[in-house]
Design a protein around this ligand. Structure first.
Ligand code: ADP
Length: 190
């Protein structure tokens, strides 16, 4: 059966991770963060090495590796009973990241809503990422890499928004307070 999913789509710094984490604390919601999953893989393993190679340049990890990691992780959390496909919403944060990932994923994922966390002013996002770089020690939060990640978002991820019908797509201003963004995410759910 397909996973009932909520998609969080937004530029780096738009708060997908913040919302995903909050939602993941609510019973009935399971937060999947592709970035967090990649960062949890040992840097000495083949996947970990590939991840560092791409993410340190602001680039996406190749689709096959990404989807494979997602599938094995989902199998694991289903076996452990942490994600219950019949009962829980899967909150997807960072996946799909391009159109070809969506084509593969759509066989397994039923999208209820797509939340576009958009920002009227990129400098707000840049300031957030700079703040995060100093607190979280992320190798991909340097100035040059940040600019590349914005570029990749515009070119590869944003076109995803055109694939969903208007009634599934919710536009949310990501500069609002986290609780206000959260309210808008929950609002359309039955
Ligand atoms: P961001 O703050 O840019 O949203 P993430 O924590 O989601 O960062 O991801 C960090 C890095 O992990 C990305 O720059 C990319 O290299 C890799 N990554 C995460 N998700 C994907 C994905 N779905 N496909 C390919 N690469 C990914």
């Amino acid at each position: 059966m397909k996973y009932n999913s909520l998609l969080l789509i937004g530029a780096p710094g738009s708060g997908k991770g913040t919302q995903g984490k909050i939602l993941g604390t609510i019973p009935g919601f399971f937060h999947f963060s592709s970035g967090e999953l990649f960062r949890s893989v040992s840097a000495q393993s083949p996947v970990g090495k590939t991840f560092l190679e791409y993410s340190s340049k602001g680039l996406l990890v190749p689709d096959e590796i990404t989807i494979q990691l997602f599938c094995s992780y989902m199998e694991k959390v289903i076996t452990e009973g942490r994600f219950r496909p019949k009962l829980d919403y899967l909150v997807l944060d960072g996946l799909p990241r391009n159109v070809s990932q969506w084509h593969i994923l759509s066989e397994q994922v039923e999208v209820l809503y797509v939340y576009h966390l958009h920002c009227p002013d990129r400098s707000i996002l840049e300031a957030r990422l700079r703040g995060r770089a100093s607190s979280d020690h992320r190798v991909d939060d340097t100035e040059e890499v940040i600019q590349k990640r914005f570029e990749v978002y515009e070119k590869e991820t944003k076109p995803l928004l055109e694939l969903f019908p208007a009634e599934r797509l919710k536009e949310i201003d990501c500069t609002k307070m986290p609780y206000q963004v959260l309210r808008q995410i929950l609002e359309p759910l039955p």
